[in-house]
Design a protein around this ligand. Structure first.
Ligand code: BG6
Length: 524
């Protein structure tokens, strides 16, 4: 696999200094910094929230780390009648406010020299004609070599027209030897049918290997560590199966509400927003078999295979639950319920909490439920994967001695307190034999001095490098919708979801899913 376009490591001159070249190191060594070759990034939806908070700051951080080529170009496309300098000012504010690494004027100045803005609307040809001219001009002005990625940070309803326009103006095809790629933000459709339509629309103008579907959870360091934990160690894999695992809980809890996001969220809901993509991807990484190597093809093949063996546990009325947050206390703050949030119809049936149960039909996982849950305005912000083990088959203690002994668990703490916890029983010091749960912790902050890059830094760099491992293929997206569609259909016919007070751990219906089999959700 190439780590840079064309195989050579270009010199990243500029503020962060040139990249040291060590002739003794093998250029295929994956520990070498991977630096993007000559290229540019076009962002549609450049004034939107995602672009302001994540994309532009990530581009700055990449530049600051010396991972972008010196002639990199960032092109914003939007309705505003901005000159390049006005866009540069806007982008500077975004970068300054949200960058992860220190903001340095010299780095910014070098990046700003490659910033351009094209005014246009999706339904008018003019803007796209100008974009096409701009891209050609940047080849000589900045040396982009005609390599461009188009980032569609726009509603999926606009994908068809933008793809058509890019195709009409020839933006999808660069000069000989160059590449053109498209980056798609979720949601990838509304259900299986619309996802297939979207895949077809995009596929009509970009070949599948040029399509990069962003699931930003896959860009997180702790998520990539799932594979290291499982496949670089001897300790865990022997017990990673139905003989030892009782069940798996995957939780993505948020404490924030949805004020200000009505335009996107109303009518979408928690299951489509988070379970269809982030949580099902996490589940696939936990459940998949060992890939033959770490190539994109091998990883995607294993994820696809395990998703093909997965089904929704039925009946939905007993294995899934949804809820909507009502007024309540978030810490010391009294917060409003969804129906009172600005922009929401008081009769909105959009769920802000969703939980489902999945089953994997293979020898490794037969009989092990995978519980997935996500919600807004819950007790606290936490994303974790808990692999909960069976109880020991026999305990040679009096029942009173082990009253406070739970089940062993391995918890991958995805965020915010990144790390891994192993929970097991231990003797309480003293003359009596009493066994209680204790935790053994690995914390990123303590074990490593390096700080983790933001997910979008990693993913944007991978797009420019043409490294597709962390991007789901269309089949994975379609399989996820197949799992979710029956739940969504059933919920649609059921009116308003159960209400749960803000600051709690969700609707009672979700507790009942696990209680039916004598289990309980973790309270992280
Ligand atoms: C996004 C969802 O994909 O992920 C948001 O659309 C959610 O609703 C966000 O808030 C959470 O991302 P993170 O990285 O903060 O966990």
């Amino acid at each position: 696999m190439n780590h840079t376009e064309g195989g050579a490591v270009p010199n990243a001159s500029g503020a962060a200094g040139p990249v040291p070249q060590n002739p003794l190191r093998d250029p295929r060594d994956r520990r070498l910094p991977r630096i993007a070759g000559p290229s540019g990034l076009v962002i549609f939806g450049v004034t939107g929230d995602l672009s302001k908070k994540k994309l532009i700051p990530a581009v700055y951080d990449l530049a600051n780390r010396g991972l972008l080529p010196p002639g990199f170009a960032l092109i914003g496309f939007g309705r505003r009648k901005w000159r390049h300098a006005e866009f540069a000012e806007f982008a500077r504010d975004c970068a300054r406010e949200k960058c992860r690494t220190p903001f340095r004027e010299d780095v910014w100045d070098q990046l700003a020299a490659g910033l351009r803005f094209v005014t246009g609307t999706f339904d008018a040809d003019e803007g796209f004609d100008q974009l096409s001219e701009q891209l050609a001009a940047l080849e000589s002005e900045r040396g982009t070599a005609g390599n461009y990625a188009f980032y569609l940070s726009i509603p999926p309803d606009d994908f068809p027209i933008v793809c058509r326009q890019l195709d009409r103006t020839g933006c999808t095809r660069g000069p000989e030897g160059s590449w053109r790629r498209v980056v798609i933000e979720k949601p990838f459709g509304h259900d299986l049918e619309s996802a297939r339509e979207l895949n077809a629309v995009v596929g009509a103008v970009f070949p599948e290997d040029s399509v990069f579907r962003i699931d930003h959870y896959l860009g997180k360091e702790t998520v990539q560590n799932i594979l290291a934990l499982r496949f670089a160690n001897q300790l865990f894999e022997p017990v990673w199966n139905a003989n030892h695992v009782d069940h798996v809980q995957i939780t993505m809890a948020e404490d924030i509400g949805l004020g200000g996001r009505a335009g996107y969220y109303d009518g979408i809901g928690a299951a489509r927003d988070v379970i269809q993509n982030h949580l099902i991807q996490l589940m696939a990484l936990v459940a998949m078999e060992e890939p033959t190597d770490f190539s994109a093809a091998a990883l995607r093949a294993e994820k696809t295979k395990v998703l093909e063996s997965t089904s929704l546990a039925l009946p939905v009325s007993e294995t899934a639950a949804r809820g909507q947050y009502a007024r309540g206390w978030q810490g010391s703050e009294n917060v409003v319920g969804l129906k009172e949030e600005e922009g929401y119809d008081p009769s909105s049936t959009t769920e802000t909490y969703a939980a489902i149960t999945l089953e994997v039909h293979n020898r490794r996982w037969a009989g092990v439920p995978f519980y997935l849950r996500t919600g807004k305005r819950l007790g606290r912000r936490v994303t974790e994967i808990a692999v909960v083990f069976r109880r020991a088959p026999h305990l040679p203690f009096d029942a009173t001695m082990t009253q406070e002994l739970g089940q062993n668990a391995l918890v991958i703490r995805v965020q915010p307190d990144e790390g891994v916890t192993l929970r097991f029983g231990s003797k309480v010091p003293g003359t009596a034999m009493e066994v209680r749960d204790v935790n053994m912790d690995f914390a990123y902050g303590e074990a490593f001095t390096e700080s983790s890059p933001e997910a979008y830094e990693r993913l944007i760099l991978d797009v420019l490098l043409g490294e597709p491992s962390l991007f789901p293929v269309s089949r994975e997206v379609e399989l996820s919708w197949m799992l979710l569609d029956p739940v969504l259909e059933e919920w649609e016919s059921q009116g308003t979801p159960e209400q749960y007070p803000a600051g709690t751990w969700g609707p009672k219906g979700a507790d009942e899913i696990l209680a039916r089999t004598g289990r309980a959700w973790r309270r992280p």
